[in-house]
Design a protein around this ligand. Sequence first.
Ligand SMILES: C[S@@+](CC[C@H](N)C(=O)[O-])C[C@H]1O[C@@H](n2cnc3c(N)ncnc32)[C@H](O)[C@@H]1O
Length: 291
Amino acid sequence: MATHSHDNIDWDAHLNRLREADELTAPETAELVARLLGPDDRTVLEVGSGAGGTAAAFAAALAEPGGEVVVVDTAQELLTAAADRAGTVSDRVTVHAVQADAAEDGLVGAVARAGAPTPVDLVFAAFVVHHLPDQLAGLRRLAELVRPGGRLAIVEFGLQTKVLPDDVGVGDPGLEGRLIAGREQWFQRMRAEMTGTTRLRMGWGAALAEAGLTDVRSWSYLVDRPAPLADTGRRAVLRRLELLRRHAEEFLAQADVAALDQLLDETGEHYVGNRDDVYFLTANTVHVATR
Ligand SMILES: C[S@@+](CC[C@H](N)C(=O)[O-])C[C@H]1O[C@@H](n2cnc3c(N)ncnc32)[C@H](O)[C@@H]1O
């Protein structure tokens, strides 16, 4: 199986950003895991587990009476980090790491060859399916890992993350809206440039039904950290603006790039790391369906 993602992104380079994101959202992740796990669930498989914060939350929730957590990723360093993170939570939970590509057929075989359980009670993938060239085929592949009666849960974008006041005092007001619009252009190009890219001409819930699953349910949860932020929140704002800088830069007017650079300049008067008016607000949407 190929061990690279299809989106031209070096995911291993994102380890620190993903770790910080895990730290910020740990309370919401724990709540989500508690809501997703049924009382009889013992086996969970997470695809695209990033730095492992959610896998660790699954391990913590399964610790009584014990269970198994499988982490699957194409990125080797992320996979090791996620397995280490989840593996230290409880001796009653066995953690399996499988390097495999969710965009290729043979995922079930790769999991089985690694000695990991399949099918499992719950398959989970957060912000991963939109990185696959054919998202519907990806959902079908993930569904094959679910036991009959088990669930597939995905998390995808609900509302766009906001961190800045409308007028940051440098450049023109409305900067963040333009950054988000630029990032959206980056996202569409990222999808368009994947080999074998296929449009998903429907919403996520409809796609889960189209993939053959039933009893589809969706809900959203906020990650709401108002200003003034503590350190973890300030770092999340910085990482968010750095990501927008990388993704949106080529789609922005020069004046907006210059304004963003002032916000990111730690020696300057507008540095976001020193501002008490930045915040972190996002909404993620969960879609769950039964096999
Ligand atoms: C945006 S990150 C999300 C990480 C984590 N789920 C979270 O919510 O923080 C995308 C993750 O999917 C993984 N990934 C990307 N393409 C993949 C593929 N084709 N097969 C398996 N994993 C993939 C990346 O390596 C990374 O861990």
